[in-house]
Design a protein around this ligand. Structure first.
Ligand SMILES: NC(=O)c1ccc[n+]([C@@H]2O[C@H](COP(=O)([O-])OP(=O)(O)OC[C@H]3O[C@@H](n4cnc5c(N)ncnc54)[C@H](OP(=O)(O)O)[C@@H]3O)[C@@H](O)[C@H]2O)c1
Length: 291
């Protein structure tokens, strides 16, 4: 493994904890941090842009009050998206990966999260204009100063990672992966994680199942109905078990802010989905059996 920190297999995604979702108060975030730690989730996924650049600071304020020691949790955050909102002067959404910008973004995240170091810094999305040397200079400087521990990417293709890796090691890739959106199983992205011992993380690991009703989700529902009894598990747990069975040792970044669902996601780790059941669900997703 290229990572040096000990990340929990299930990661808490914080995207909807603030103004992009639940609008949790500082006290509620504090409670949710403790709840995650109590059920065994020690890793929290952030990005500078969440909540229009406001989430990190809300989490930081709650963390500072929580009494939780810094070494008992791991913080992932991301940089590189210039998102159009009140907090920024960008006139159009774009990506920025010059050395000074990356360094400045990390300094801001450290300040917001009220911490001395980021465990895992990810480049949020690949930019057609990124150059590996600009990126590596920033990453080596931040690493040598102890401001970031691990460095990785998000939504990158294997060839984009290969380009970055000519100058700096890439320890992980956070990508969209679920039963309903599983392109990364076929385009080399998860193969690359296995081959190069990169930590694979899955965002939207429940896919569109709870968000849409269409032919695909109806087929999946029928198959899940047959399996919930067999495994004594809920639909969301089986969807996670499907992701967890992939040999890339995928770490789902779960987006729910509901305490019971967060706890249930950890229990999905105990489900050992049988090989044929995994393919029953794949067939339901595809609408046809494997050739
Ligand atoms: N790297 C990237 O580009 C990227 C992109 C998007 C997201 N992310 C990260 O990934 C995390 C998860 O993304 P996501 O929110 O799309 O993921 P998700 O875990 O697939 O979806 C969670 C959402 O489903 C809802 N939901 C409805 N019924 C549910 C059930 N029975 N069980 C569980 N959840 C249910 C949850 O609502 P409740 O909260 O009401 O339970 C929540 O809004 C984000 O928080 C963020 O950290 C990264």
């Amino acid at each position: 493994m290229k990572i040096t920190q000990n990340y929990s297999r299930i990661i808490a995604g914080t995207m909807t904890w603030g103004s992009w979702g639940k609008n949790l108060s500082t006290a509620e975030i504090d409670k949710l941090i403790h709840h995650c730690l109590n059920v065994g989730i020690t890793t929290f996924d952030h990005a500078d842009i969440y909540g229009g650049y406001t989430n990190e600071a809300m989490f930081g304020a709650a963390f500072a009050n929580s009494g939780v020691s810094r070494e008992n949790l791991q913080l992932i955050t991301k940089c590189g998206i210039q998102y159009v909102c009140d907090a920024r002067e960008a006139k159009i959404g774009h990506y920025q990966y010059n050395k000074e910008y990356i360094i400045e973004s990390v300094h801001q995240s450290l300040k917001n999260l009220k911490t001395d170091y980021i465990d895992f810094l990810l480049l949020h999305r690949p930019s057609p204009l990124m150059h590996p040397l600009e990126i590596s200079e920033a990453i080596y400087q931040l690493k040598s100063q102890g401001k970031i521990i691990d460095f990785g990417v998000s939504n990158f293709t294997p060839s984009q990672i290969q380009m970055i890796e000519t100058v700096v090691p890439v320890a992980g890739n956070q990508v969209e992966f679920s039963l309903t959106q599983n392109t990364v199983m076929y385009d080399g992205t998860l193969d690359d994680c296995i081959t190069n011992k990169r930590m694979a993380m899955a965002w939207s690991s429940l896919g569109s199942y709870f968000k849409e009703t269409n032919e695909q989700t109806k087929r999946i529902k029928d198959s899940l109905n047959q399996l919930t009894k067999k495994y004594n598990a809920t639909e969301d747990q089986l969807l996670l078990a499907w992701v967890l069975k992939h040999p890339a040792n995928v770490h789902p970044v779960v987006g729910t802010a509901t305490p019971e669902r967060i706890a249930a996601s950890v229990n999905a780790l105990d489900i050992k989905l049988e090989l044929e059941d995994w393919f029953v669900l794949l067939k339901a997703s595809q609408g046809h059996p494997v050739p």
